[in-house]
Design a protein around this ligand. Structure first.
Ligand SMILES: [Zn+2]
Length: 152
């Protein structure tokens, strides 16, 4: 089974640039958040700037995991500031997307990938070129290898 890419490659490049500009650097968790946000929109058939969209990010709210939040914000326009995004503490990484009073979907980062990233990104000084390389890997890995999508 293959899932259609939520956006065209060129659009992904534009979004990625915007995310890096906003967040300050390119890293794998930022890319994960961006991709999760785009999948959430696609699964709910929602437009970016959908007014009734709400996002709950479930993760450990510390760097590098918290970088996911900025990717989600860029993809969905649900932000801390407009109160359409909230954060819940969780040992893995998931994001729940819901249209107020309507459909919802959860996108979870597969635990094997999460474990790999945690291993590759120990706290401390990781060369930034290595981090950018991990980000590129996350950007180009097929969706079904990265995420589990559950509707309900
Ligand atoms: Zn980051």
């Amino acid at each position: 089974m293959s899932t259609s890419s939520p956006v065209k490659a060129e659009e992904m490049d534009v979004l990625l640039k915007r995310a890096v500009e906003f967040h300050g650097h390119l890293g794998p968790f930022l890319v994960l958040g961006l991709r999760m946000g785009l999948i959430g929109l696609r699964e709910l058939n929602a437009k970016r700037r959908e007014k009734k969209l709400r996002v709950t990010a479930k993760l450990k709210y510390s760097i590098p995991f918290s970088c996911v939040v900025d990717g989600l914000q860029i993809a969905t326009k649900c932000t801390m500031g407009n109160k359409k995004l909230r954060i819940r503490n969780y040992s893995g990484i998931e994001a729940k997307f819901e249209i107020e009073g309507g459909k919802q979907v959860t996108v979870a980062v597969n635990s094997a990938l999460f474990d790999t990233l945690k291993r590759e990104l120990p706290s401390g000084n990781v060369p930034s070129e290595e981090i950018r390389e991990l980000a590129r890997i996350v950007a180009s890995t097929p969706e079904e290898e990265l995420f589990t999508i559950s509707r309900g």
